[in-house]
Design a protein around this ligand. Structure first.
Ligand code: IDP
Ligand code: MG
Length: 642
């Protein structure tokens, strides 16, 4: 039991407010692993901390674990599944790290410890941070107001100054050059308004560089930018504000590192870049990009020059587009390309066969019209492609692109519009639909993409190494985690769970495997969650996943068809059964029991694994929850009506 004893001396475990206050007055740097009651402190990190502590043998370095649930000061961290490390010096928060990233944690400990020593030994100033990631909006406003009311030093972006966003990219950070570069930046007269260390997720990298989406290097760029931590800086210039955007671009030098070395050997890229992809630094291209990039990385910071744009951002909305069967079959790629080119993001996508009844429901107000029979026929001839499109003024913009509803008029008056371009012969029904108003858009989007719950599971093979990554991806893709529990399933539960496979030759293996360790069970919620989560997982067999859906979890993480890392319900109906089986009687579900028998399964999907689109529906997923017009699409956490 000596090992256990060591553990106790290594780190304090804080479980109440009193102990917490004690930790805060400890001299030196204290790294606090904030954990949730349900999962306990991060075990993997414990051994790392022990190693660091042994190596550094430093009396000023302390570790603590603290249970968020029982300490008021940590209220904001309750119910977060991501591991969080808080760094305290002299009772003040000096840094925050989210995610169990061992190398980054190690580096931050060393860096923060040396900073704290500087403070203690030479009376330097301690740089206090605010954990913006966690504050609710009100608190952020307060905090920002507070920063602005102070002596001016902490103001994030002063109105009089121009600013730019700089990134020290993963290559330079991995080579240990970040601090050196930061010193050079300061020596050159740039002022660092804010500085953050970030590991971009793939989704974020994609979003950040979406304007380069068509360039050949795009995928490599996305992989590279999400490969490790970057430093994100907001820069302005000391003294009179000249154009910092251009000054910074000059300072980093040409994109191409060869050219940089030849033409501008003193530039940062000439010094730190190794090839054009790995060119060590980024700078905003112009002031418009700078304000977008600032908003991307630091959405909570006010940008005085960006007010107009903020208003625009607020108008980001969604609309529903339908591409009817004839054209969906023939011209889908072409139409999707035009949609992308027009600045829309496809946030949800689904190809589905509609029944006559569903068409009637969808076009409730058109049922009496002369053209309805033709419309009905055209809508049920094959699969319809439904898209939720996002951009500012989406409804109006999409309507403009579609052109007049009457195909002949469209062709005469606006030949470049989509309805004219994609008219089918002399068929009177136009081939594309768009919502009429924002209210209609909400209704129509929930018709095709009702909010659903699905049962997701991280299987035993992925628990050790990939749990955090999977959880991060779940959040990045806009799912809400409604329930989460780590447990070892009993044989009976697994057998019941996979009942349908009882006769399969792999059944025994499957049961053994699923009982071989703990699983993480989750209830995920999102619009179209069942299908969306299956698309994120990819096909059952990872070999097939690698070709069909290389970005999917199974393609990236799973080792073989049995050990395939994740589970997701295969239909809304299965999802209800599985959630009940695993989590017992969730109140919402018990209420919904009566729906079970006659639930229509909504528009029938044509194929789900094909929809491995980058679906970014972080926005808006909470709106439209209870819009109806979905009598025929009955899954989702709707209350039964009795
Ligand atoms: P799903 O998990 O993608 O829904 P199912 O066909 O429902 O796939 O199969 C359930 C699980 O059984 C799979 O996730 C996998 O772990 C295992 N499994 C399926 N097919 C095979 C097989 O051919 N050999 C071994 N294991 C299999
Ligand atoms: Mg299955």
């Amino acid at each position: 039991m000596t090992a256990k004893k060591k553990e106790v001396t290594l780190q304090v475990s804080v479980i109440n407010q009193e102990q917490w206050e004690e930790v805060l007055v400890t001299k030196g740097l204290t790294v606090v692993d904030v954990y949730q009651h349900w999962c306990g402190p991060c075990r993997a990190v414990l051994s790392l901390l022990r190693k660091i502590k042994n190596e550094l043998g430093d009396d000023l370095l302390h570790f603590a674990t603290a249970e968020a649930d029982s300490i008021d000061a940590l209220e904001k961290y309750r119910g977060k599944c991501e591991p969080t490390f808080l760094f305290y010096g002299g009772g003040e928060l000096v840094a925050v790290l989210r995610g169990a990233n061992a190398p980054l944690l190690q580096r931050m400990i060393i860096e923060e410890l040396s900073k704290e020593k500087l403070v203690l030994e030479q009376g330097g100033e301690r740089k206090v941070v605010v954990d913006n990631g966690l504050m609710d909006d009100e608190k952020i406003e307060e905090e920002v107001a507070h920063l602005h009311s102070e002596d001016g030093e902490n103001i994030i972006v002063p109105a009089s100054k121009s600013y730019t966003v700089a990134i020290i990219k993963p290559d330079a950070v991995a080579h240990g050059k970040a601090n050196e570069i930061i010193m050079k930046i300061q020596d050159a007269g740039f002022e660092i308004l804010t500085h953050d260390e970030w590991i971009l997720t793939e989704v974020q990298a994609r979003e950040f560089y979406q304007h380069k989406g068509t360039e050949a290097c795009f995928e490599d760029l996305v992989q590279f930018m999400s490969s490790g931590p970057s430093h994100i800086l907001v820069l302005s210039q000391l003294g009179d504000s000249t154009n910092v955007v251009q000054a910074w671009l000059d300072f980093i030098g040409p994109t191409n590192t060869e050219e940089a070395k030849r033409e501008k050997p003193a530039s940062l890229r000439a010094q730190y870049g190794t090839q054009t992809l790995f060119n060590a630094l980024h700078g905003s291209e112009d002031s418009d990009r700078a304000s977008r990039e600032l908003a991307f990385f630091f959405p909570n910071f006010s940008t005085p020059s960006g007010t107009e744009q903020d208003v625009e951002e607020e108008r980001v909305e969604r609309t529903l587009a339908l591409i009817r069967p004839d054209v969906a079959r023939e011209n889908r790629e072409e139409i999707l390309a035009q949609i992308n080119k027009s600045g829309f993001k496809v946030s949800l996508q689904r190809e589905t066969m509609l029944t006559e009844e569903q068409v009637r429901q969808f076009y409730l107000h058109h049922v009496e019209e002369d053209y309805f029979p033709a419309l009905l026929q055209s809508m049920t001839r094959g699969p319809v492609l439904a898209l939720a499109l996002t951009r500012e003024h989406a409804v109006q913009h999409w309507k403009d692109m579609l052109g007049p509803a009457d195909v002949r008029r469209a062709q005469e008056e606006k030949p470049e519009c989509l309805r004219a371009q994609f008219a089918v012969g002399d068929h009177p029904v136009n081939q594309l639909h768009g919502s009429e108003s924002t209210e209609d858009a909400s209704r129509e989007i929930s018709f095709f993409f009702p909010v659903q719950q699905t049962l997701a599971m991280i299987k035993p093979d992925a628990m050790e190494e990939h749990k955090e990554k999977i959880l991060e991806e779940i959040r990045d893709r806009g799912f809400s985690i409604r329930r989460l529990e780590e447990k070892r399933l009993s044989r009976e539960t697994v057998e019941a769970f996979y009942k349908k496979h009882t006769d399969q030759p792999f059944f025994n293996q499957l049961v053994e495997f699923m009982c071989s360790g703990t699983c993480l069970m989750m209830v995920l919620e999102k619009e179209n969650a069942v299908e969306e989560w299956r698309a994120v997982m990819g096909p059952t067999d990872p070999d097939q996943a690698k070709t069909a859906s290389p970005n999917s979890l199974r393609a990236r993480l799973a080792s073989d068809i049995l050990h395939n890392s994740v589970h997701g319900s295969s239909s809304p109906h299965r999802s209800e059964e599985e959630i009940k089986l695993v989590f017992g009687d969730l109140s919402e579900l018990t209420e919904a029991d009566s729906l079970d028998e006659n639930t229509t399964e909504g528009p029938q999907d044509v194929s789900s694994d094909k929809h491995q689109q980058q679906c970014e529906s972080k926005h808006h997923q909470d709106e439209n929850r209870n819009q109806s017009l979905r009598a025929g699409v009955n899954e989702g956490p709707e209350e039964a009506s009795h």
